[in-house]
Structure formats: C-alpha cells, structure tokens
Design a protein around this ligand. Structure first.
Ligand code: BDR
Ligand code: CA
Length: 310
C-alpha cells in the first residue's frame, strides 16, 4: 500500500491552485478535484480545473461546487488572476467534462467510502463548510483538513486573507469542526515565491505543461511585483497545503487556537491566531505552519512539473 496521503483537492484555479493540482497529482493519492467560486466565477474555476486535468493527463473526477459563498456576496480576485482566473497563457480547450455539479455530495460520499481522506481546500471554504454541516459524521472520518487561508497578516484587507475573507461563515465552520486542521497562512506562503530564476527553470523544461505553467507563473509573478513593494516573486500559496502533507519535514509549525472574525468592521475574515504564552489560552485547534524550506520545496514542484510535461 502506498504511504502517500489520500486527498480531495478543493480549489478555485487560480495560478497557484493549478500548481497545487500538479503537486497533488505527483505526490499524493489524489482521489478527485472539486471546484468552488473564488478567484473567478465557478464556471471559470471549473473550466480551469478541467484544463489542468487534461494537461496532466489525469484520470480523476472533477466535480463542480458552490456558485457563491454561504452568506456574503460573491467576490473574485481578477486583480491577481485576471478575468479568466488563469490569465497569461494559451490554455488548450479541455476535452474532459465534469463528473457532476455536486461537489459537496461527492466529498461526503467519498469520505464515507474511504478511510483517512485529507480534505485540502485552496479556495474559499464554502464546499467544505457545507459538507460538514450536511454530514457532521465526516468530521470524524477524515484524516484532517489542510487549508490555504488566513495568516498573521491580510492581503484582501489589512486583516483578512482572500480565501477566508470571501466566505468567513464557511471558514468559521471549518475552524470549529473539531478534528485535525493545518493552516498555510500568508506568513508561510509568502516564503514560497516564484522568483525569476525559478520561473526560468520551468520555462527551460520541455513539453506543453511546462510551457503553459511557465507563462502562468510569469503572469502571476509580474502581477505580484507590480502590486507589492519589495517582493522578488509571486507567493505560490496553494501548493503549500499539499506539500505539508506529502513532505512534512520541510515545514515548521506551531499549535494554536485560531478563530475567524465574523463581525469586525475592519477585521471581518481575519484569522486570529492566539500566540500568547499564557497558560489560560484556549486549547489549540490548528497546526499553524510557520516556516517552509523553500528551495527543496520548489525543487519538488519543478520535478512534478517535469514529470507531467512531455
Ligand atoms: C489565496 O487567494 C487566491 O488568490 C490564491 O489562489 C490563494 O488560494 C491567497 O490569498
Ligand atoms: Ca486558491
């Protein structure tokens, strides 16, 4: 039996989600891909997931998920990912089609049918929140949830990271679900950047996948460098939530109590990570990733791209 972690990747591709698909396909036992409204509307994130499935030649189902957050109005990240969610490359039209429009049902059924599945959400937490509400039993069946979101600082607002800010009510369900939870927040993912030399290594690889991903990474990094002071590359957030399961030795973490702010005028969508060393702080509900050994982690990602690129 393989000792790869078994995962469902719940994503909103998204440049870094696309890279998370590559890393998941290479290093995890990827059962399926579910999509959510986030970086772009659900039609676009689902289309982009199918593009990636075909580019990698994967035999995994793609299930379309929530068209909008639980309570908040839909919001997109066109300022980072472009109108399509994956601007910057000529994407080959997918021939694969979705397996269903019921990502939440797929997640519930798959977790009930398989022991020890990790849910890996790299977009807003709408699908995962809905699944936990509809089928609370899955909280006890899964190995855990490894999510990209939150952090010690914000990006969409001063306090809030995009994925949590888009659907804070869903995030609140997830942070309270009571089982193993791993969080790749911005303070972690900003250590994992697509610098120009790293992008050039991808561009130098043969094959269509590397060609497309090289262009996507270039677009993503150019956008980041236009929008940020002093960053030498785009922060490749989403693969971190996969790599921390497949290569935990590359990460440093701390256990902490984390809550999601739902009501603050300036802080809605913030993850409040309790770092106080007081004995009275509430029991940890989350492993908060703090450090990544970025060079070997990037090597792994480039090796994964090379593996699928012919
Ligand atoms: C997160 O938001 C999205 O733009 C990225 O795909 C990532 O999941 C970073 O805040
Ligand atoms: Ca994402």
């Amino acid at each position: 039996m393989s000792n790869k972690p078994t995962i469902i990747l719940d994503c909103d591709p998204g440049h870094d989600d696309a890279l998370a698909i590559v890393v998941a396909a290479r290093y995890a036992n990827l059962l399926g891909i579910t999509t959510v409204s986030g970086n772009a509307p659900i039609e676009s994130t689902t289309y982009n997931a199918l593009v990636m499935k075909d580019l990698l030649g994967l035999d995994v189902p793609v299930h379309k998920g929530a068209i909008r957050p639980l309570v908040a109005p839909p919001q997109y990240a066109t300022y980072v990912h472009g109108e399509s969610g994956l601007d910057g490359a000529d994407l080959p039209a997918p021939t694969s089609t979705i397996d269903s429009e019921d990502a939440v049902g797929y997640i519930i059924d798959t977790v009930r049918a398989n022991e020890g599945v990790w849910l890996v959400p790299t977009g807003p937490l709408t699908n995962i929140g809905l699944a936990l509400r509809l089928a609370p039993d899955i909280g006890k069946r899964i190995a855990g949830i490894s999510l990209m979101g939150g952090g010690l600082f914000g990006n969409r607002t001063t306090a809030a990271e995009f994925n949590i800010w888009v659907d804070p009510e869903a995030a609140d369900i997830v942070f309270n679900y009571g089982g193993p939870l791993v969080m790749a927040g911005l303070h972690l993912t900003h250590q994992f950047r697509a610098t120009q030399p790293r992008i050039d290594r991808v561009k130098a690889l043969p094959g269509q996948l590397a060609n497309v991903l090289g262009d996507l990474m270039q677009f993503f990094t150019d956008t980041y460098m236009r929008r940020h002071h002093g960053m030498d590359g785009g922060a490749v957030h989403d693969p971190c939530s996969v790599l921390c399961l497949t290569h935990p030795e590359l990460f440093g973490k701390t256990a902490a109590h984390v809550v999601v702010e739902l009501t603050g005028e300036h802080t809605r969508g913030m993850t409040l990570i309790d770092q106080r060393d007081l004995k009275e702080v509430r029991e940890a509900n989350c492993d908060v990733l703090m450090t990544i050994d970025a060079e070997p982690a990037f090597d792994l990602m480039i090796d994964a791209i090379a593996h699928f690129s012919h």
